[in-house]
Design a protein around this ligand. Sequence first.
Ligand code: URP
Ligand code: ZN
Ligand code: ZN
Length: 480
Amino acid sequence: MAKTLIKNGTVVSATGRAAADVLVDGETIAAVLAPGSTLLGFDLEANVDTVVDAAGKYVIPGGVDAHTHMELPFGGTNASDTFETGTRAAAWGGTTTIIDFAVQRYGERVQDGLAAWHEKAAGNCAIDYGFHQIIGGVDEDSLQAMDTLIDEGITSFKLFMAYPGVFYSDDAQILKAMQKSAETGLLTMMHAENGPAIDVLAEQLAAQGKTDPYYHGLARAWQMEEEATHRAIMLANLTGAPLYVVHVSAKQAVEQLAWARDRGQNVFGETCPQYLYLSLEEQLGASSEEWGAFEGAKWVCSTPLRSREEGHQHSMWQALRTNDLQMVSTDHCPFCMKGQKELGLGDFRKIPNGIGTIEHRMDLMYQGVVTGEITLERWVELTSTTPARMFGLYGQKGVIQPGADADIVVYDPAGHTSIGMGEGRTHHMNMDHSAWEGFEIDGHVDTVLSRGKVLVDDNQYLGAKGDGRYLKRGLSQYLV
Ligand code: URP
Ligand code: ZN
Ligand code: ZN
């Protein structure tokens, strides 16, 4: 089995940092040692196959992105990244595990949706992957099927209070699914927006001729997110279900989460880089020669971008510091402008919802370290350790310690990353644009190991399709 020594680096964990060498034996971490140590008299450097010199660099556990949508069917099209292209882009950006959403829609069987997702992913992934289950049609059959999910290694499911007629569950369905969650320990993940009310607002805006992408954000007002978040919290409180609210963007929704957590409820929340960096005002101001004001479609996602004037982005960073929000995922759901986003030309309601970010999460969050929004340790905690623990992978993923999978990123704080498609910029997602065009990062992903295999080194991709394996997850390690 191949042995690798990562020497001279600063190993960063969720709780601290230390100068240390990391010895990898095969697929796992064998030892974390004082710099220059020998092991039982063996000169390590002389006895390993590969030495990675991490002097001046951070050595961190590979990123765990717990919210991705490869090939998601949405708005009459499918998210443009396949498991092959999306996971390769993830590896480029220092993410070594994803948890994607298998889909069950109304009238379909959970087992069939899950089988279809396994088929899409198996043999195609660059990195390890697990699944959550979308329950888009809560009925007797799907409730029964939920009993079998834990055996499949799927310990969380997502419900939608939004998207009527697509994935939407009403309160009665949510209540039943949450009762199942309380009974089994499955974590309820919630898309918390009041979909029926949003659809009325959207219809009224469209009827007034307000059809540009910007109006997507106006229809999906923060009140719709706050209300739904509160409702989800109360239904979870009543049933005893553990609750995880996805893609939180409104400061008022965070207040609801903080309120519930202060009362001792098992409620958690994630936000995404787009809600930390991008805003509704910028979407309103967006215009290009090619697309005019439709340029703003690049940033149509749900929950939507929020107003910077109202201070939502500031509140998200603050909540990440105070632990009112516990982690950062991407909600990676890319669509090209040509042939996909343009389905909504002249009617924002028809724009497929989603942004592609999987490659940039580690970098964008590191930029938060540079600007003083979060500490180095919190960076690791938000992007790797907490996601692993939240979704039953901790110990194997999310940490650099003996016995853990050797998913390791060597990150260079003196490096630089220019994101986008223009001259001198890069991304590897299957998109005809970048929602992050022009972002400059004061750091760089230098080397990425996934279970001991070097996937990325010095701007070269060394991995192969099918390197990644399916992960059977345990129950959330935050639940007692
Ligand atoms: O805009 C988004 N978020 N698209 C993906 C589907 C979802 O709601 O997560
Ligand atoms: Zn959602
Ligand atoms: Zn999503």
